[in-house]
Design a protein around this ligand. Structure first.
Ligand code: TXA
Ligand code: MG
Length: 344
């Protein structure tokens, strides 16, 4: 099922995709659940495999800037072209743009929308796979809907995985970013739909707009799930990435006093804890020696999955300043804890 990414296995993956099967694909952000974007039946299988609501559209992955025209309305309006020009050198990379779709993209991919999300991934295995396919690849993160995104091939297997729906998983190692791509909706007032490794400040600078003007998109509570169709990014639902174990975000030490009655607690630390503090936890996972945000992002989802598998009563996780990559880290953490924050 998991195959080392060789030329042979990549060609096999391309053949399986052409036949309408689903394949696990490494990207530099998270692993994707890949299907031939031109094949509505294959795309429909993605929704089944993930138990994903049919209102939540998929990202289309293309091999190069030349192939953007496969996915987006071509030629783009002058404003959209200027905005594309402003970010084009960030590709291949962890950036997704949303703009009007080409006629060729099936409605199954865009969940009935006239817009499409598109990106050029930087992972060499994904790029090679795309270059040998004569179709773009529709791929959401390869996790069950609302669970934590996979950042290594093993995450696609096991009880929380989607293995039974996959014909093959290409092993591209651990993802180097570990958080999903930044998503921006192009237009009169470009909007950040999901923070990622490319910061909103960087995008605002390139578009010549203020950061604040890009942050207007609405984030909603879990009870608003039924409004999926009306959201700019249906995946912006507040509750997402949820471990099954209760998750608590720790911003200062004094919240720990109330935890003393809880028996088995796991801790995700952004840098080493003093031994006196570490000893109160059943397990401690330390993501970085020096609080480096890129290291923290890279290890965060795997740490959540590891602790979630340990049958703990509670997972406590550090927090960081929500700027730069910290914006994406805190976005994922708030959503992972949303089910529990809402209760309180
Ligand atoms: O890093 C990534 O982007 C990964 C890798 C595999 O490429 N993919 C990923 O896909 O995170 P997914 O499906 O888990 O998240 C895609 C997000 C969803 O929140 C979806 O609602 C949003 O993109 N999206 C897709 N098409 C859209 C559209 N036309 N308009 C607004 N949002 C859209
Ligand atoms: Mg996802």
């Amino acid at each position: 099922m998991i195959a080392a990414a060789t030329d042979e296995s990549i060609y096999l993956a391309a053949k399986l995709l052409a036949e309408g099967h689903l394949v696990g694909m490494p990207t530099e952000t998270v692993y994707g659940l890949a299907a031939n974007a031109w094949n509505p039946a294959a795309v429909a299988r993605i929704y089944v495999a993930k138990s994903r609501p049919s209102s939540n559209p998929l990202i289309v992955h293309v091999a190069s800037v030349d192939r953007l025209k496969d996915a987006i309305h071509w030629p783009p309006e002058p404003l959209i072209q200027r905005q594309l020009d402003a970010v084009i050198d960030l590709w291949p990379g962890p950036l997704t743009v949303v703009c009007n779709k080409s006629d060729q993209v099936p409605m199954e991919v865009t969940a009935g929308k006239q817009t499409v999300a598109v990106r050029i991934p930087a992972h060499p295995v994904a790029l090679k796979l795309l270059s040998v396919c004569d179709f773009p690849i529709a791929a959401p993160s390869a996790n069950r809907s609302k669970y934590i995104s996979p950042t290594c091939p093993e995450h696609l297997l096991g009880p929380s995985g989607i293995a039974e729906h996959l014909s093959l998983v290409l092993d591209g190692g651990a993802c180097c970013w570990g958080l999903e791509s930044t998503i921006v909706m192009l237009g009169q007032q470009p909007q950040l739909l999901r923070p990622g490794a490319i910061s909103v400040d960087e995008l605002a600078k390139r578009f010549g707009v203020s950061t604040e003007s890009m942050l207007g998109a609405r984030v909603i509570s879990p009870s608003d799930d039924s409004l999926g169709d009306e959201l700019l990014a249906p995946g912006m639902m507040r509750e997402h990435y949820c471990p099954s174990t209760r998750l608590r975000l720790i911003s200062n030490a004094d919240t720990l006093a109330e935890l003393s009655n809880t028996s088995r607690i796991g801790r995700i630390a952004f840098q080493p804890l003093p031994p006196s503090e570490a000893q109160r936890y059943e397990t401690v996972i330390t993501l970085s020696d020096a609080g480096d945000l890129a290291e923290i992002a890279r290890g965060l989802f795997a740490a959540l999955r590891t602790l979630d598998a340990q049958g703990l009563d509670l997972i406590c996780c550090d927090t960081c300043e929500p700027t730069g990559l910290g914006h994406a880290i805190m976005d994922r953490l708030h959503r992972a804890a949303a089910r529990y924050e809402w209760d309180e």
